[in-house]
Design a protein around this ligand. Structure first.
Ligand SMILES: Cc1ncc(COP(=O)(O)O)c(C=O)c1O
Length: 472
């Protein structure tokens, strides 16, 4: 069978492993002509598949949506499904957080829209000087040029010459990453204060009257690996935004919509912000359609909505497939099923159990002294494991060993699907290896044990390989 590929992505002209099907948390993959059954899906693509594989109810949801939908251009003729999905998200968020929503087709598109909504907000408020977007080093907000411009990692570095001005428009503040950058002897409060001071300095140096927004991933994903913000960090950003009249934008494309909510609802920030504190604008995606439809969105707070209503009252133009009726109807059906079955609650509980068991098996337990695991971090259904050459000094492996992706391969050999990444240590050198785990919301305790067992074996196999390579 030919291994050439007609699809222009990943390794050009080589077919990647292909999915053949799946059921629940298990899937079947064909790789280099061999079929592998019973692969445990530990990362659901890229933290997408909330309901798991082959959900029978989704067939009916899709069928009903298809029967009742027809396409219209959304800024001229709308549809009820997009209204209902917006109301659902607003109703399942703390009261007063959001007032409106726009639906689009990918997380990148949601962040592109967020930047434009933010910019127009300041025009509506009569503050045209507000043109600067602050975001973080070692972050990821999408694959399009605008979203890459507020990102900071290898994927963005490659295109830096053609991104939006990084000196004067898309400014970067330091990453928040206690495992690597909280100094020895420094308390959490001191570390958070250091980060707040750094942000305030950037705001003041660049003239607060010109700063439009601050964007952060509530729980970072593919660039850094699920480092939860320490207590006080997000509340501190909220306070600085209020102090200098700046919009706070949270990117929950990967961590949100039920993946890591402590209250059985949708938003990840409910773990971290203080009661009564909300982002002004939030982007979401991934689990919203659970991989069955391509949908993402932008949640808009009352402050922004009011400014538009009192101002021009309109947005000129739209994406052809914005607020797409079929996609919204399917996403709404999926979200209702998730809520009715308490699956966001299940994800939070089983995900935290998985995290604790991984910590015990790889970091804290008696056999862990000589393994390559430096850190196990995350919350709810979103976790990562970072690999280091030296556990004490946290020295990373050489980039060329590509331990993150090697770990992904060893996991696959042990029949678990994870995402291997590099660059957590430094977006410039690309050092810092980790794998991401983000299973579907339906996992059971037995699935958790299976994920832990297979991952632990993969770590052992990778350690042996590194020894053979003379890298340990
Ligand atoms: C935090 C975050 N924002 C935005 C995106 C981009 O989403 P998409 O790949 O759907 O364009 C991603 C993708 O992984 C992400 O993790």
């Amino acid at each position: 069978m030919s291994t050439d590929s007609y699809v222009f992505q990943s390794v050009i002209n080589k077919k990647p492993p292909h999915v053949l099907g799946g059921k629940g948390v298990r899937m079947t993959i064909e790789k280099d002509g061999v079929v592998y059954d019973d692969i445990v899906d530990g990362v659901t693509g890229a933290a997408v598949g909330a309901l798991g594989w082959g959900d029978e109810d989704v067939l009916k949801i899709i069928n009903d949506a298809a029967k009742n939908s027809s396409y219209t251009y959304p800024s001229l003729i709308g549809n009820q499904a997009s209204e209902d999905l917006a109301k659902f998200y607003i109703d399942h968020s703390p009261k007063g957080a959001f007032a409106s929503a726009l639906w689009c087709c990918s997380g990148s598109e949601s962040n592109e829209n967020a930047l434009k909504i933010i910019r127009q907000y300041w025009l509506e408020r009569g503050k045209p000087k507000k043109t600067k977007f602050i975001s973080r080093e070692t972050s990821y907000h999408g694959f399009t040029l605008g979203a890459l411009s507020i990102s900071s990692n290898g994927r963005a570095e490659l295109f830096k010459e053609v991104l939006i001005d990084q000196e004067n428009t898309c400014l970067k503040m330091p990453v928040c990453f206690p495992y690597r950058f909280q100094k020895e002897g420094q308390t959490t409060e001191e570390y958070v204060q250091e980060l707040m001071d750094a942000l305030e300095e950037i705001i003041l140096k660049n003239d607060p009257e010109t700063i439009a927004s601050v964007t952060v991933e509530t729980l970072p994903g593919s660039s850094l690996g699920t480092a939860p913000p320490p207590p006080g960090y997000l509340p501190g950003i909220r306070r600085l935004c209020d102090k200098y009249d700046i919009l706070m934008h949270l990117d929950e494309v990967m961590c949100g919509t039920g993946r890591a909510n402590p209250n059985g609802r949708l938003n990840c920030w409910e773990n971290f912000l203080e009661p009564g504190q909300f982002p002004d604008i939030q982007t979401v995606g991934k689990t919203l359609g659970s991989g069955y439809v391509t949908i993402a969105g932008i949640l808009v707070g009352p402050k922004i909505k009011d400014a538009y209503v009192k101002g021009s009252g309109q947005i000129i133009g739209s994406h052809t497939y914005a607020s797409h009726g079929f996609n919204c109807a399917v996403a709404l059906g999926i979200q209702k099923k998730i809520m009715e079955n308490g699956l966001t609650k299940n994800m939070f509980e089983k995900g935290n159990l998985m995290g604790e068991k991984l910590k015990e098996a790889l970091l804290l337990g008696k056999d862990c002294e000589n393994n390559i695991v430096g850190d196990v971090r995350g919350i709810g259904g979103f976790w990562s494991i970072e690999f280091v050459k030296n556990k004490k000094t946290k020295e990373p492996f050489a980039k060329k060993l590509d331990v993150g992706h090697k770990m992904q391969d060893f996991c696959f050999k042990n029949k678990i699907n994870v995402m291997g990444m590099q660059g957590s240590c430094s977006y410039k050198t690309g050092e810092g290896d980790f794998i991401l785990l983000a299973p579907s919301f339906i996992i059971t305790e037995e699935d958790v044990d299976e994920i832990v067992k297979r991952t632990v074996q993969a770590v052992k196999d990778c350690t042996e390989w590194l020894k053979e390579e003379g890298a340990l």
